[in-house]
Design a protein around this ligand. Structure first.
Ligand code: RTP
Ligand code: MG
Length: 143
């Protein structure tokens, strides 16, 4: 058992479908606390930097175009094993393979427009949180 932080995005497809509240409710129902949150419309440069690890992949340009197509919600989630817990709530990258009751099974349009992002490891979580939030924008709970 360890209390972790993870970084999450409600992607443009899910914001466009008015699903922010339903997605936040899933996080909260699972015991994850939202300790930072804001809406942003990513620039091309910001999206390219965020997905730099995928730069050589064939889907990179489409991914950046999609992620800049409308506003997103970015948030920091905190809780027990938050990184794995959030990946479980999200489901598989491809909604056709996502388990029933997961965010992607319920809300994703396709493997490209798949509703949410979640960090996949402690190192990426730390990097991604710092890419979007200053330390004083993160509000750990005292109760
Ligand atoms: P994410 O980073 O968004 O949480 O998703 P993930 O770990 O499940 O997937 P990842 O391999 O990191 O890929 C990042 C995003 O790129 C898009 N993608 N498209 N067309 C494709 O084959 C393909 N593969 C990945 C998805 O939007 C994925 O979430
Ligand atoms: Mg990923």
């Amino acid at each position: 058992m360890s209390i972790e932080r993870t970084f999450s995005i409600v992607k443009p497809d899910a914001v466009a479908k008015n699903l922010i509240g339903q997605i936040y409710a899933r996080f909260e129902s699972a015991g994850l606390k939202i300790i930072a949150s804001k809406m942003v419309h990513l620039s091309k440069e910001k999206a390219e930097g965020f997905y730099a690890e995928h730069k050589e992949r064939p889907f990179f340009n489409d991914l950046v175009a999609f992620m800049t197509s409308g506003p997103v919600m970015v948030q920091v989630l905190e809780g027990e094993n938050a990184i794995a817990a959030n990946r479980e709530i999200m489901g598989a990258t491809n909604p056709a393979e996502a388990a029933r009751g997961t965010l992607r099974a319920d809300f994703a349009n396709s493997i490209d427009e798949n509703a949410v992002h979640g960090s996949d490891a402690p190192e990426s979580a730390a990097r991604e949180i710092a890419y979007f939030f200053a330390e004083d924008e993160i509000c750990p709970r005292t109760r």
